[in-house]
Design a protein around this ligand. Structure first.
Ligand SMILES: Cc1cc2nc3c(=O)[nH]c(=O)nc-3n(C[C@H](O)[C@H](O)[C@H](O)COP(=O)(O)OP(=O)(O)OC[C@H]3O[C@@H](n4cnc5c(N)ncnc54)[C@H](O)[C@@H]3O)c2cc1C
Length: 391
């Protein structure tokens, strides 16, 4: 038995084996062999998820050996990328071909398979999450096949597996829609929380990327607005809030403080009221809570299980030091988020049942049907996913 833990150290597992795949054929073989032995497989990327998607007593498959860009189609602005490639490894290589990621999240340490598994997103009212950028993927399945699904072939599987949760098989490759390379200028400023809430509806539409952090023991927010620019990049790239450079140089940050996180997606128009409700909760019941609340927007998409499925979205995140008990705060916040029809981030802490998730995700049954067709024996499920599936 080996020991596994996630990035924050809050999730641990004692899998029967940890297999570091060395090639696509290796992934196919380990999927088949594990299925034949009656055991289960969960793949892991950079282990940055706070929800127990990876823990299993079967085999954990580490895909970090599958990395690098396979090919770039400059005409269609697409790249085929090996599944274990870290997002930070993409920026320079794509820029060499005059291309960039359409958007990216707060950090760039995740793998491309991990980010697409959970609908990882950045901020921008017109910008969708990573799963919506997936135009194709290859999956090593339980019967020892390498299945390819994309937006013009095997479309049913592609539709479901863009947001795959690691539950269809071992993803060996992801094809992403890209855009022309672009530079960004980021500007930061402080405001009061009341001012911020008042101006938010206007602000989120005025900038390509808009987000803010609110530190709950204060009345102050730190707002970041980021827009395309023709200005040359300014090196060395400055700190967050005042920088100019290529998109991959500006959008990601260093977040080394070990924490856990709950994030809910609520309808765009409900965002300011939802944040005000969270503010009231914190002031009343958690007045000493020092950790930042983050507010971002994501465009609607048509990705099954995406928290932005057919809904322009605001995401609100709460953070807690990894050494502390996050449950009282997160449970209290969750009961508030539910009153705003909130959908929990798939890679972050939540306590929802399968029945509740089904009511939040209109394509829940379709997603499970597609998954079960590819893996009827449940080789690629763990306890957390089985619990959700069983209601
Ligand atoms: C500091 C920090 C910052 C973050 N910032 C953001 C943010 O800005 N926006 C946001 O939306 N989220 C954010 N997250 C959450 C994070 O992006 C997601 O949890 C993401 O899924 C993690 O990717 P990973 O590579 O670490 O994958 P893991 O956490 O290792 O795995 C996630 C899922 O992907 C599956 N998986 C991984 N590789 C494969 C594969 N090859 N085949 C099949 N399945 C696979 C796993 O089985 C699992 O279901 C952040 C998390 C942390 C800790």
């Amino acid at each position: 038995m080996q020991r596994w833990s996630n990035w924050s150290g809050k999730l641990t597992a004692r899998p029967a084996a940890i297999h570091c795949v060395k090639s696509e054929l290796d992934a196919v073989a380990v999927a088949l062999e594990t299925a034949r032995s009656g055991s289960t497989v969960r793949s892991v990327g950079a282990a940055h998820s706070h929800y127990p998607l990876v823990p299993t007593d079967g085999t954990i498959v580490d895909v970090s050996g599958l990395n690098g860009i396979i090919s770039i189609d400059s005409g269609r602005k697409r790249a085929r990328i090996r599944a274990g490639t870290a997002i930070h490894a993409l920026g320079l290589s794509l820029l060499d071909d005059g291309l960039g990621l359409i958007n990216q999240g707060d950090i760039d340490r995740q793998t491309i398979a991990g980010a697409t598994a959970t609908g990882t997103h950045g901020t921008g009212a017109d910008l969708q999450n990573f799963s919506a950028m997936v135009t194709g993927l290859s999956i090593a399945t339980a019967n020892g096949e390498l299945v390819r699904a994309c937006d013009d072939n095997n479309v049913e599987l592609w539709t479901a597996a863009r947001h795959h949760l690691g539950a269809f098989g071992i993803v060996t490759e992801v094809e992403l829609q890209l855009c022309d390379a672009y530079r960004l200028r980021e500007t930061g400023w402080n405001a009061t929380l009341d001012e911020t809430l008042e101006t938010l509806p206007e602000l989120v539409h005025a900038h390509r990327h808009l987000e803010f952090f609110w530190f709950p023991t204060t009345d102050t927010t730190v707002i970041k607005a980021t827009d395309e620019t023709n200005d040359p990049a300014e090196y060395p790239i400055a700190d967050e809030g005042s920088r100019c450079g290529w998109s991959h140089e500006v959008l990601s940050n260093s977040r080394t403080w070990l924490h856990s996180e709950m994030e809910y997606a609520v309808p765009l128009d409900a965002g300011p009221d939802c944040l005000a409700a969270i503010r009231d909760l914190l002031r009343r019941d958690f007045p000493e809570m020092p950790f930042p609340i983050e507010y971002r927007t994501v465009a609607a998409d048509d990705v099954w299980l995406s928290v932005a499925y057919e809904r322009p979205t605001v995401t609100i995140s709460l953070h807690m030091d990894a050494r502390e008990d996050d449950e009282p705060l997160f449970r209290a916040a969750e009961s508030l988020f539910t009153t705003f029809e909130g959908r929990p981030h798939w890679g972050k802490v939540h306590y929802r049942t399968g029945a509740e998730m089904a009511s939040l995700h209109p394509r829940w049954d379709d997603w499970w049907d597609a998954r079960d067709t590819l893996d009827p024996g449940g080789v690629f499920l763990n306890n957390a996913l089985r619990r959700l599936r069983n209601g």
